[in-house]
Design a protein around this ligand. Structure first.
Ligand code: FE
Ligand code: FE
Ligand code: FE
Ligand code: ZN
Length: 161
């Protein structure tokens, strides 16, 4: 990579790989969640993730590049960690608490990736692309916030029990 344009393209491909991997992992997280709201949150974010992947395809098309060819090793590791955790959880409470923790790691990774991508898009003068990526960034923030609320809900439930 010799300039910001190429770095930006690399970041987009990395995000594309991250979303693609997450699309395959979220159903397993939804299936293992025992709390109904948490399950719904994962299913809802699965739908959003499909749209986010399409947005990256749209952005790459605008730039005249192909979205594939890159593997996000960080997302691969985060998903592996979540899968290992699922095998290790021995109660419903632990399962849900741990799934929230793993999912928030994923959201924070995406937030930093899209935050950077939006900034690069602006720097390179792609206002339209910055706007598209910002839509996804907002969704990732909302997903993280929803998980925060569910984690707090768990605390309240435990306090009442
Ligand atoms: Fe995403
Ligand atoms: Fe990555
Ligand atoms: Fe996400
Ligand atoms: Zn957070």
């Amino acid at each position: 990579m010799k300039n910001l344009k190429e770095l930006f393209e690399h970041q987009l491909k990395d995000l594309y790989s991250a979303e693609s991997q997450l699309l395959k992992a979220l159903p397993k997280m939804a299936k293992n969640a025992t709390d109904k709201k948490l399950k719904e949150a994962f299913e809802g974010h699965l739908n959003e993730t499909e749209e986010q992947k399409s947005r990256l395809e749209e952005v790459c098309k605008k730039l005249g590049i192909k979205p594939g060819g890159e593997k996000c090793k960080a997302m691969e590791g985060l998903i592996k960690e979540a899968e290992d955790f699922i095998e290790e959880a021995e109660s419903d409470d632990v399962m849900d608490a741990g799934l929230i923790a793993e999912a928030q790691r994923v959201e924070h990774y995406e937030i930093s990736g899209y935050g950077t991508a939006v900034r690069y898009a602006k720097e390179l003068g792609h206002k339209d692309i910055a706007k598209i990526l910002q839509t996804t960034l907002d969704e990732e923030y909302s997903a993280d916030e929803k998980l925060d609320k569910l984690a707090e809900g768990r605390l309240n439930k435990e306090a009442m029990a």
